[in-house]
Design a protein around this ligand. Structure first.
Ligand SMILES: Cc1cc2nc3c(=O)[nH]c(=O)nc-3n(C[C@H](O)[C@H](O)[C@H](O)COP(=O)(O)OP(=O)(O)OC[C@H]3O[C@@H](n4cnc5c(N)ncnc54)[C@H](O)[C@@H]3O)c2cc1C
Length: 374
């Protein structure tokens, strides 16, 4: 007998890739879905915008791949150490480039067409699980009060709700900042590069409309020391000659960069206070792995399949926790472990030598930080 989900309203907090994809999968299965996103589409986010091809089958199967937009296919990986010595290797799986400005907006419009109630420009300011009534009570910043049977936490790496929920990582200061630009440059459109500099690393890859994304993870301390992003880039990033030439020779398309701080890679839990966490809200993988977006979409798929299977709330939570751990726990750990090889002179030289002389080890690491098609 087909399950009837009409009484199981789902409220999704956050309309990044995890939230948008979950909303679409759920509405297709017959759940009533509301998605609340605090910003208004389209908007830029700090993100490298290289999407691992492990999502390709999934996106195409569910008609979530943005057709009609010419997207660069990326098949090679270039790595340079802090001195600018570089090595290029083929990528087994590869990926494609698309800006979040375009991708998220495309999914948002699709979600509206398919019947998701999308509330934008409004923040979820508070929520709690009412055990007696077996439902969530949710407060929005426009003073609406909502209730829902399930709440999915897709609110990204750091949100007001993490604080409201007293999540442990929230109080820890992070040493990282993230900075993003869109540029026009003569770089190869089929190569994703990771250029190291002292204190961080910078990715560059093609996206739509002949543009490129240039995005780096840098150090909060260095920004403080040099007083401005521009000065820090000149004093630190430009020490890698490859980065210097990219910065000097490219056309920068934003008036000013997108910048975020407090990027925390500490462990989180996939279920907390009965919320089912998706994407970065469940755990943020280090950007050097280049597959946080794929994980966000994959977690949405796992979670929505568990909801569709039904069962008691406890069964749903245990099933999702176990699937999430099996799929992502080790990957996040390996990402954290190899992060130490990047952003330092010695570490980046070791990493480059590893790629040059021990390609099977490099491939092993790539494989174990990436998933497989799902
Ligand atoms: C420097 C850097 C580079 C990266 N490069 C890549 C890359 O090249 N490839 C890759 O695959 N991944 C990359 N990532 C990771 C990737 O960006 C994330 O894994 C991905 O965006 C996670 O998607 P998400 O939906 O979980 O969160 P997000 O995309 O962050 O979406 C969360 C949404 O929730 C909203 N929100 C938050 N709180 C509330 C609230 N209380 N109420 C309502 N809405 C709320 C936010 O406005 C936001 O829109 C990078 C990350 C960083 C930091």
């Amino acid at each position: 007998m087909a399950l009837n989900y009409r009484n199981q309203e789902v409220l999704i907090v956050g309309g990044g890739l995890a939230g948008l994809v979950a909303s679409l999968l759920l509405v297709q299965k017959g759940f009533p879905v509301t998605l609340v996103e605090k910003k208004t589409y389209p908007f830029h986010r700090v993100c490298g915008e290289y999407v691992s091809n492990e999502v390709m089958d999934f996106l195409k199967r569910n008609e979530l791949y943005p057709l009609g937009i010419d997207l660069p296919q990326i098949r090679k990986f270039e790595f340079s150490d802090t001195q600018g010595k570089s090595i290029t290797m083929p990528l087994d799986l590869g990926g494609f480039g698309i800006s979040r400005y375009v991708f998220d907006e495309w999914l948002y419009r699709l979600a509206i067409r398919q019947g998701v109630e999308v509330i934008t420009g409004v923040q979820v300011s508070d929520l709690y699980f009412d055990a007696q009534e077996d439902l969530f009570r949710v407060s929005l910043s426009d003073f609406q009060e909502r209730q829902a049977y399930y709440v999915l936490g897709a609110f990204g790496k750091r949100s007001k709700l993490d604080q409201v929920m007293g999540r442990k990582f929230f109080g820890q200061r992070s040493p990282y900042i993230g900075v993003k630009y869109h540029i026009r440059t003569s770089w190869s459109r089929e190569t994703v590069a990771l250029h190291n500099f002292n204190g961080g690393y910078c990715g560059i890859n093609a996206i739509e409309e002949e543009k490129f994304n240039l995005c780096y993870l840098g150090s909060r301390e260095q920004l403080r020391e040099y007083g401005s992003i521009e000065e820090m880039e000149k004093q630190i990033l430009w020490k890698n000659p490859l980065l210097e030439s990219i910065f000097r020779e490219s056309e920068f398309l934003f008036d000013k960069p997108e910048v975020i701080n407090e990027i925390n890679f500490e462990r989180k839990l996939p279920v907390e206070n009965h919320l089912l966490m998706l994407g970065d809200a469940a755990g943020l993988i280090t950007p050097l792995c280049g597959n946080g977006m794929a994980m966000a979409m994959h977690s949405a798929k796992l979670c929505t399949e568990v909801l569709a299977l039904g069962g008691t709330r406890l069964e749903v939570e245990l099933r999702y926790t176990s699937l999430w751990n099996a799929q992502f726990y080790q990957r996040l750990g390996i990402g954290r472990a190899i992060q130490g090889l990047f952003g330092s002179g010695r570490g980046s030289i070791i990493a480059r030598n590893l790629i040059t002389h021990l390609p099977p080890v490099a491939r092993f690491l790539l494989k174990n930080t990436h998933g497989q098609s799902f």
